[in-house]
Design a protein around this ligand. Structure first.
Ligand SMILES: [Ca+2]
Length: 304
């Protein structure tokens, strides 16, 4: 069904979803995660209503949207339940709550942009959206002045939070990277879990993780990668196997060398934990340096 412009009801719901999302980001900045979560939930409620409207008025659009959501944010509802549970658990440290909450905000932003882009594609006249954004900005100004946070600051922190550097971490319930339990973004690879689970909800033993993303190389030369791990590990840089030690063992350092020119390369680290203690730390020696350092978050550029 093609309309000349976006139906009022749809644009209102989308607008409300965005507004609640912006409020959740602002409230989260004050580390009030349980309030922020409630506001984020409201934003999700508007998206649900929007989805229901679309299912009735434009089933094709709804189907396209569903498949894009499935491809882009497959664990959205699962992650939401997790963040909610953590916010209700008083003994969970705030940093863990924050980490899950930021993941949720990232996913929610992706959800909203998927709705918006699919609706835009179906209904013409982007002018409606410009109007929404103009109103949206005004309501943001009012909102920020109410809660006493500078708008400039609030808008500045959002991209940093939501488009942060890191690697995609896929966490598996088995040692062979098959039974996927969850996906999250990790800033870099420096973990020492001891005998605890690799992530809440996973068993402490018999698990595996695949991290993947893009590695930024600022200087051409010889790089030595080194993985300290308990248990097995294997590393690919630029699709080349650099480290291979896929078996059970205590803390062991494995190294591998590769020549890289300045640029951006795919990187993938696979890790498995058999039993007992668990750790994995990925470091490197850059050209001309003798020091081994943990590869910093800034070198793991976000995958668009
Ligand atoms: Ca172990």
């Amino acid at each position: 069904m093609i309309f000349n412009s976006i139906p009022e009801r749809l644009s209102t719901l989308l607008h409300e979803a965005k507004k609640s999302f912006s409020s959740a980001v602002l409230v989260a900045e004050n580390a009030d995660y349980s309030s922020a979560l409630m506001i984020a939930e409201r934003s999700m409620g508007f998206l649900d209503s929007l989805a229901q409207e679309l299912a009735q008025s434009s089933p094709d659009l709804k189907n396209r949207l569903d498949s894009r959501i499935k491809a882009n944010v497959p664990f959205f509802h699962e992650n939401f339940e997790k963040a909610k549970k953590l916010s209700e658990t008083s003994h969970v440290v705030p940093a863990i709550q924050a980490k899950h909450f930021l993941q949720l905000l990232e996913d929610l932003e992706v959800m909203i942009s998927l709705f918006e882009s699919e609706i835009r594609k179906t209904f013409s006249k982007p002018i409606e959206f410009q109007k929404i954004w103009a109103r949206h900005k005004i309501s943001l100004v009012i909102l920020t002045s109410i809660i006493g946070v500078s708008l400039v600051y609030a808008l500045a922190i959002k991209p940093a939070q939501l488009k942060k550097n890191g690697l995609k971490g896929e966490y598996f319930r088995d040692m062979n990277l098959t039974d996927l339990a969850l996906v999250k973004k990790d800033p870099n690879i420096s973990f020492n879990w001891g005998q605890k689970p690799l992530s809440p909800g996973l068993a402490p033993d018999g698990c595996s993780i695949r991290w993947s993303g893009k590695l930024k190389i600022s200087k051409t030369g010889d790089y030595q990668f080194s993985a300290l791990s308990d248990d097995g590990v294997r590393l690919w840089v630029n699709e080349q196997l650099v480290i291979q030690d896929w078996k059970s063992h205590g803390p062991t350092t494995n190294t591998g060398n590769i020549y890289l020119q300045k640029g951006v390369y795919p990187i993938r680290l696979e890790y498995m934990e058999d039993f007992g203690n668990a750790m994995v730390i990925l470091s490197w020696k850059t050209p001309g340096s003798s020091a081994t350092k943990i590869i910093p978050q800034k070198n793991f550029i976000p995958v668009s």
